[in-house]
Every structure is written in C-alpha cells, then in structure tokens.
Design a protein around this ligand. Sequence first.
Ligand code: PEP
Ligand code: MN
Length: 352
Amino acid sequence: MANQDLLLVFDETVTRAGVDGWIRHLESAGAPTQMYRLGTSFVLPVSDVDAIQEAGSDLPAPTRQVPRGSDAWLGRRELRPTGTAVSLGPTTIGDGSVAVLAGPCAVETPEQMMATAAVVAKHGAVGLRGGVFKPRTSPHSFQGLQWDGLDLLVEARERTGLPFVTEVIEPEHVKRLAEVVDGFQIGARNMQNFALLTAVGQSGLPVVLKRGFGCTVEETLAAGEYLLLEGNDQVVLCERGIRTFEPSARFTLDLTAVALWKQRTHLPVMVDPSHSGGRPELVEPLSLAAIGAGADALLIDVHVEPQQALCDGNQALSPEQFAGLMGRLAPAAAGLGRHMGGGTSVRECSPT
Ligand code: PEP
Ligand code: MN
C-alpha cells in the first residue's frame, strides 16, 4: 500500500527508545518514516501497512492506529479523541467549559485598557484581548500603539490576574513578543502567512488562529497544521466570520465550520461574534449560537467608551452590555451541559 496510509500514535507511556525501534524496523522493511510530536505523544506516518504487521513483538504496541486522511493529519481528532486543552496562563481552553476572552479591539490609552480589563475581569472573562499591532484595511487608520501598548497589556494582567493574547503580524516580532505575552493571535489577514505561522509555532506559546475570511474549513486546518508541525499543539482555531453575498452584517458567522472543526480536529474552537457580526446587538445571539455549535471559547470586543474607540468601536460592547451578556450566557451554557469558566478560576499570575 502506498502514500502513508496509517498514523501510528504512541502516547507518553511509550518510551522514545521504543519509538526509535519502530523507526528502524520500518526503514528496514522498506517503509522509511519520520517522527512527529503531538504534545507528549509521538506520531509515525506509515506508507506500507504490511510493514506494521511484520513488526517484532519486542516493539511497543501503538496506542492508536489512525487512517491518515486529509493533509492536515496532525490535527485530526482521531489522534487525540479527548481533545487538546490549551493553557493560556492560568486559563484552560478546551476543557469542556466556555472561556471568554474580552477586551478592546486595540489598546489605546492606560485609562482605556485598565478600566476595560477591570470590567471584563469583574464579569467573568478568563482572558484579555487587545491589539497593539493592528493590521488595518486603510493605512490611514490607527495602526495600534505597537511596542508601547505591550506594557499596558502587561500592567492589565498584573492588575487583574488575567492572561492576554495579542496579535502578531511579523515573524521578526515573535521572539520579542514571546518574552511577555501569554498567547499570540494570528489575524484573519495573516492566516496563510506561512513564515509567521512557522515562527509562532516555534515559540511554543498558545496561539489563537483566526480563519481568513476567504478561506475554507480545510484551509484553516492546514494553516493550523503549520503550527502543529513545529511541535506546538497549543492552538485554538477561531471562526470570525467569512465574506459572503450577505451585506447585512460585517461578515457571515459560519457555525458549520465550528461544528465541523469540533468533529475533525482535536484543537479547541473559539468564536469571535464581535468581528463577525460587527454590531453590539449581534454579539449575544451569535455567542449563544456558538456555544450551541460546540465552541470552547468566545473572543469579545469590549470598550469602556465604545463611541470614543479608535478601532472597531461600532462593534464593541459597553461595560453594561458585557455584564448583561455574561449573566445570560451562564444559564444558557448550563442548559447545554456546559459551564462558563476556562479551567481554573482567576488567580494571581506573575508577569514573566
Ligand atoms: C482582531 O481580533 O482585532 C482582528 C483584527 O480580527 P480579524 O483578524 O479576525 O479581522
Ligand atoms: Mn477589530
């Protein structure tokens, strides 16, 4: 049989020596392979299924044998049927709970960032968002505070104990950002920036990978595969709306993608109802629908003064709207057998 039809998965109970034994056996059987890491597991693609049967009894049994299927095979659900839990500082995404990450689209001023962080922490967010490098459609729009804004995110983390994600737009920025951020965001416009994906994958830090608004479900999985290939399994896929013929909302939230990703990949799935709907009044219905479709997390724009925002103020929730939303999401999640959370509750998290 040809074309690497099977994946042998060895969990952490199997030693590296055992896996090396398999690699030597497959090579001598004329089916050379390469080893990949998925967290603490080892994965060997095998092109010749007969070579597996010919293995001696001294070799450890694989934990699982999985058909390779699509190109994005390191992300296939079958490799890790229980799903991947992503650790963003003290917060866990993908543990069955619904994690809300919230904050301004862009970090603007100390007052705006600290006040917004305090509000979202008070009402149950388990992570902060805030862009300091903003990829804007127009070069005349506010481009973010850049490196200066990073200090404000760090201060907001110190004050609230909440970890933060922020967007990275340049591979050259990854190392410096990695010294302070809890997690990266790769924006829709950069989902297929393969050099950026590889650099972020190498950082080993958690990544929120936003779906390009012109990219398919499978293309998004393939983009995630670039991160996984670097040995980084801390990847959250984020549906943030796609461009369709429908002009009534900023983008069309594709809930089918959420359901499909939950079935096809072990990676947790996030939904951004703010950028997809583009209006505050759509955030709640889209959030409820996202939880119903199986989303593990929500990414929500909140601003203490939405009318004054330098970026995407017309979609940000006010503090009152965010408080109301969080109050109504909890019973809805409970009705679906879920709970709001994101793993451990908020605790002091020391700045790195
Ligand atoms: C954002 O979350 O701030 C953002 C720019 O989103 P997207 O990349 O999905 O447009
Ligand atoms: Mn935005």
